[in-house]
Design a protein around this ligand. Structure first.
Ligand code: SF4
Length: 329
């Protein structure tokens, strides 16, 4: 039997970009940092960080005057980045972000963690102040560096550290990081249509947990693969796969994916083991036990009975077990 796909398909480290202050680097405007213990002490043991502080790399120094986003006058959607003294930084920051983000291609990132609320790094709901008025700020902006990152790498898994405190969002982000890493490893090799078809087969349960509709659409793309130029096929598969994985997996869809897994045992399971598995699945559906419980049973019986199709599903091994993410969702 083929071994299941490991969480990472190469021995090279998984690299994540990160706002430097989250690692404890004293780069904030006030000379402080925003060290995040989970990122440094838990996730940091399994990934290699690529830290970036756009404001210090731009040469603003530490400490520095606070900067903020201001809505362009005239009601346009544009924003400016300005210092408290009135210093205009929009053009410089946009130019820096374009070249720094482009250079990150060499780092071969599998994901990025941004500092929330920052006018440079914040991904969403960053304060934008009205121009020249005393009205309150609106929380509908995006930091200029973050905007460029998302523009140049639309498929890269990106999250803010604040959202990663939610166990469901954290598990979804880290699942996407390792899924992206596996897909990029395949697509940057001399892959064949056959290899893509085999890879797609191993993603079935993971995709079903996120979106059965997208799983079927990707299946159609793979079925017609031989008529599509390879470069275009790779691009389209990556776009559609990563967009499917961004859809939040629900407990109901996980239950459905796990039921599908149980179906693969057919008559090979004895009645006692089958009843135990279905009872555990029902407990998971009702929220009485975390996903690790039914998943462990499926893994155990799949290995014991040699159900190769299941053993090879990345859904059974989405990320390194050391993170223990499945114990909390
Ligand atoms: S939020 Fe971004 S710009 Fe601000 S200190 Fe942290 S890394 Fe630097």
């Amino acid at each position: 039997m083929q071994p299941h796909l490991p969480a990472t398909a190469t021995s090279a480290p998984v690299r994540l970009g990160i706002s430097s202050c989250l690692l404890g680097e004293a780069v904030r405007y006030d000379g402080g940092h925003k060290r995040d213990p989970y990122l440094v002490e838990t996730l940091g043991r399994l990934v290699e960080w690529v830290p970036v502080c756009p404001e210090t790399e731009l040469g603003l120094g530490t400490p520095r005057e606070p900067i903020r986003l201001v809505r362009e006058a005239g009601g346009t959607d544009g924003v400016r980045l300005v210092g408290r003294s009135g210093a205009r930084l929009t053009g410089r920051m946009r130019g820096f972000a374009r070249s720094r983000v482009r250079a990150l291609a060499k780092a071969d990132l599998s994901g990025y963690i941004l500092k929330k609320d920052s006018p440079s790094c914040g991904m969403e709901r960053v304060k934008v102040w009205p121009d020249g008025e005393s009205r309150a700020a609106e929380r509908n902006g995006r930091g200029l560096f973050a905007a460029e990152l998302l523009r140049q790498y639309p498929n890269l898994p990106v999250e803010e550290e604040g959202r990663l405190h939610d166990p469901v969002l954290r598990e979804n982000f880290i699942e996407r990081v390792f899924a992206y890493r596996r897909l990029r490893t395949l697509l940057s090799s001399r892959w064949t249509v056959g290899a893509l078809v085999r890879w797609h087969t191993t993603q079935k349960l993971a995709l079903m947990a996120h979106s059965p509709v997208r799983y079927r659409e990707l299946g159609r793309l793979v079925a017609e693969a031989s008529g599509v130029p390879r470069a275009e096929l790779g691009r389209r598969y990556e776009d559609e796969f990563m967009s499917a994985m961004r859809i939040r997996a629900t407990r109901a869809r996980h239950t459905n994916a796990l039921m599908h897994a149980v179906g693969h045992f057919k008559r090979r399971l004895d009645t006692g083991s089958r009843d135990e598995m279905l009872a555990t699945l029902e407990d998971y559906r009702l929220g009485l036990v975390p996903r690790i419980v039914p998943l462990t049973l499926v893994r155990h019986h799949a290995r014991r009975l040699g159900v190769e199709y299941l053993v090879n599903q990345t859904y059974l091994h989405p990320h390194p077990k050391e993170l223990a993410l499945l114990n909390h969702v």
